[in-house]
Design a protein around this ligand. Sequence first.
Ligand code: SF4
Length: 616
Amino acid sequence: MGWNRKVLRVNLAEGTCTPEPLNMQWADEYLGSRGLATKYLVSETDPKVDPLSPDNKMIMATGPLTGTMASTGGRYTVVTKGPLTGAIACSNSGGFFGAEMKFAGWDMVIFEGRSPTPVYLFIENERAELRDASYLWGRSCWETEESIRAQHQDPLIRVSSIGRAGENQVMFACIVNDLHRAAGRSGVGAVMGSKNLKAVAIRGTKGVSGIRDFPGFVRATSEAKKVLAGNPVTSEGLPKFGTQVLMNVINEMGALPTRNHRDVQFEDASKISAEAMHEKRPSDGKPQLVTNAACFGCTIACGRISAIDKTHFTVKNNPKYWGASGGLEYEAAWALGAANGVGDLEALQYANLLCNEQGMDPISFGATVGAAMELYETGVLTKERIGLDAPFGSAEALAKLAEMTATGEGFGKEIGLGSKRLCEKYGHPELSMSVKGQEFPAYDSRGIQGMGLAYATSNRGACHLRGYTVASEVLGVPVKTDPHVIEGKAELVKAFQDATAVFDSAGICVFTSFAWTLADVQPQIAAACDGDWSMDKLATVGERIWNVERQFNNAAGLGAQDDNLPPRLTSEPAKSGPAKGMVNRLAEMLPEYYGVRGWTAEGTPTPETLSRLGLS
Ligand code: SF4
């Protein structure tokens, strides 16, 4: 059956934990994880709710493949209304926490209300209780994991927690599990902090039962693993270089946003690349990269474990950061590096460690620093206001601002607003490189046209993981398309968006899509789950999920006016590289996209579309 058929409802105001059956009709319509949690959220929450009020709900959910032998089947999702964007927020994470939730017998945990005092949720199989977390408040994610395990005298407990950023309601605070895996985007950690919920700690010993056709599932997952093993990206590129393999590639094609998107190529890209992480340092003769790492059940192992240079100015007096830890991945290396013009690999890893330690999304943090540096260079922000010199390229400023934001000190509070609110506050909203208030990831859409459309229409604000057309436009997966043309991009974006909704909802990692298409995922879902899970049905489920997210956003007050890009990307041509002279042509692609989606010119699903998807 794939599901445990059990939901835990936690009322934080009343201090109650109540089991209830999973709505199996919704499971049949929304699959699990992202899709199913979204259905619960939109059915129970006013779209106009203040994201940081007790009336907002926050849902942690697994998918039917989470915890199984499917490769990468360890994902879980956090769904809520996001404070950074005012839109639906849906962030997923790897590591081991999601599988542990499944092993404890739960598909989903719904949090409602706000606890009067700090608490953490402790789940041990069917037992669930809220416990005092006063002693954990003010502690980092790393300290919280360690303290909870020590408290329960059980090193096998898996923990998801917020650090000081979530407590302080930094708008891009994330929820960290397994030390360096995170439900990273849209400020889901701030929602958790607003509920006085410090952590969720789970110990599950039940394994996964109820796979519908176990021999068929073994066959399907084995076949799919062979596909990953036979693909050069998932069997060689990602394990050896991680997602960082993209740094030099994207730079060469002139799509590496640099200095707050002023430029599209970074002269120091090679210094912060995957190859640089493999190079031995003059100081100690060791490379920054220690090893690769895998999340639960993953046969790709793209994760990076690195050790910072102990003599580097950021850590030389702080041995706490000398051990091997998570990072750098491509997005973090870009946001902390090229986006700010910083080419110091060790400084990037230091800022990345602080993001993991205190629970901040490194993409939004780094991009917000980039906006602050541009405000500084144009004289809008001063040394007196920030508390330090902050020109583009300053590793010292990056490191100090990471410390200040993580702890809520001085100007760090303003960085914690995110770039949209920061730039609005100082009178330059056009300098926020964001969509719906969420900062761009690491692809400049002047050189990759489809990504501009994908960013503009992403339901959770600018995001590469909602419709990764880079796969097609850059890597030729599953078919090569020209990144500079707009023809066919509306269909391409829709196809990626709908398919990704299925990958996410199944409980697997979207990085499998470098090798897998939906046709590789379908047999695994069909063998695991009761019911009809044909390709046609999965395509419909993906489209349904996309539209139900859109309905929530429309009801929250977001519409066509929010499907936009900053003027820099649509009116300031790229200055160098193969895309020199180009801008993103969103205005031409968007009407076509609405048509392909079956939406009105105002960006709302038509009655026919809603009826076709069973949403009317
Ligand atoms: S591909 Fe990377 S991020 Fe995805 S599950 Fe595997 S190790 Fe985790």
